[in-house]
Write a protein that binds this ligand. Sequence first.
Ligand code: MIG
Length: 689
Amino acid sequence: MGRIRRFTIGNPINTEAVVQEIPVEQGAFPYFTRVQGIELKSDGDSQETMVQKDYLSYQMGPEDKVYGLGENVRGIDKRGWVYESNCSDDPHHTEGKRSLYGAHNFLVVAGAKVFGVFLDYPGKLTLDIGYEDMDEIRITPKDWNMDLYILEGEGVLGIVESFRQLIGRSYIPPKWAFGYGQSRWGYKCEEDIRTVVKGYRENNIPLDSVYMDIDYMERFKDFTIDEGRFPNFPEFVEEMKRQHIHLVPIIDAGVKIEEGYGVYEEGVENGYFCKDEAGKEFTGAVWPGKVHFPDVLNTQARGWFGRKYKFLLDQGIEGFWNDMNEPAIFYSEKNLGKVMKELKSVKNDNMDMWEIFAFKDLVNGLANNPEDYKSFYHNMDGVQVRHDKVHNLYGYGMTRAAGEAFEELEPEKRILIFSRSSYIGMHRYGGIWMGDNQSWWSHLLLNLKMLPSLNMCGFLYTGADLGGFGADATEDLLLRWLALGVFTPLMRNHAALGTREQECYQFTRTEAFGKLIGIRYGLMPYIYSEYMKAALRGKMLFCPLAFVYPDDKHAREVEDQLLFGESIMIAPVYVQNAKGRYVYLPEPMKLVRLKGMGQIEEEALGQGHYYIEVPLEEVVFFIRPEKIVPYTEPGQYMEEVQGKEIKLLHFASGAAEYELYQDDGYGKDYGNPAHITKLRVEGHTIEMA
Ligand code: MIG
């Protein structure tokens, strides 16, 4: 095992990101130096200004690569950009952004020296990885109160494994949550959901869950059901279960202000909401109009909010997604008044360029305004903390609320929960989805690149909105995206209100969709086993080639292929109209071509570069030497796959072994050795193509 060293700067807030007690070392920390002083900076209009600099600096070598940062834009190698940890509700995941919904401050530098660094700091943190100076890492927190962990060990993988030990076991969802799910913002009533289920079942496209977006609620109030749209909800949940469908409702962070609404009234009575400077409930606005934010960083308030999920558990619900928990704020009551006044002063009948810009900026600046985040407070078990100092913990707190409550309310049963916003530590309580991406080919690739970075930070149960959330999806994009989604633990197609309908049955090649998603179910023995082992043993599920073949200079550069579990390498097609793609094999591998589970072609290939044809309807992957992939016959839903005969794909020349993990998919006796079955094959001489 590697070495973990902890250094404390100032007086850090306890985020509970880590689960191991590491003694604090005194003295200077290794690798980084703190640089302080005055710097002249040009502002882009050739104006020079003096700025105070104060950051942690690391001088990168020419060969250094920098991995990590979980959910973020750009590459697997993070070098060459400046990132921020500042959880943001931003639906434009473009290269120019610095922050998405999560804050995952873990990096591994790999070059002449290999080490990891975790900055346990819940405020805004700037991570410049070769932006100001191509060869320097500069890390700048808002204030100097943090725990800094330095990790050393056997290569990148060794360091990641010690980090995962440090932060504790990743969340494990119920098995049905590995099935395919359909979602869309806009399903409004029972009939809309029935139509979706019918569309899938009639076209023989497998389906396990349908997600319920905000419209199921009564005027967007958490823990309510609109009775007009869902006249008998428990009965409807049952009706869906009879068709083997799990309904997964959304929960938003803001609680509507409304007399007579129990959640609001209890929250006010007990002081469970975040307060402003004056000690009054802070008022922001989100979907329901004005809301208060539950103080999920306070133990009592967290317990209270978590127990509210019981309202839905009691009606047969077994899974949830937590949204808007950066927290997103459309506007605050206080700022709205100010902006309205200022708007009047710039508005006239003939606005010039500057006036119209000012006008637009004022309006756009209402949402997620940094000033608002400085204007409310948490009661962290007796200590008043201004929100911006702990901003990145809010989504973590909300999902922890749910996770802790599930332990109490359903101790024997796994409940599905995943969140939009997160911080390291939250990976123990739930998964995350990657937020509001777009129906763009570049976002298919971004989805792939984010997977290993998230795994490094403990987030294993994750996936992107397949087909893309914003913008209109095309049939080929959805097919290609599903061919990646076949491997992601969360496999969910989700789309925004107003975009083209993208349920698989809306397109022409329904048979191809059925076969493609069928592959997910067929490979479930492997997918589930690998997930469980990765979670229980603290390993990567999706791994960059560079981590496994560090001495192979081609493998080190590959950013569009990943190892998935111990046996498989994937290389999805992410370019429109491409008939296939180039693939690099760092060692001999067996190509497996699936035209649905019924038609499997195999071909052994030597190490090297190949152009591989991949028709739209097919899934292609590669099996590593002496490795096994268990599979089975697909089904229309998870329960239909459970217990079917296990068959083996393999690429073994000698005797090879595989540990198959099987359990009932609900229980929590994870460590039970009876869950592991050792599979063996006696290989044979392999003919290379
Ligand atoms: O501001 O609930 O990321 O998945 O469909 C949009 C509506 C609010 C954002 C989520 C998205 C969801 C949408 N929500």
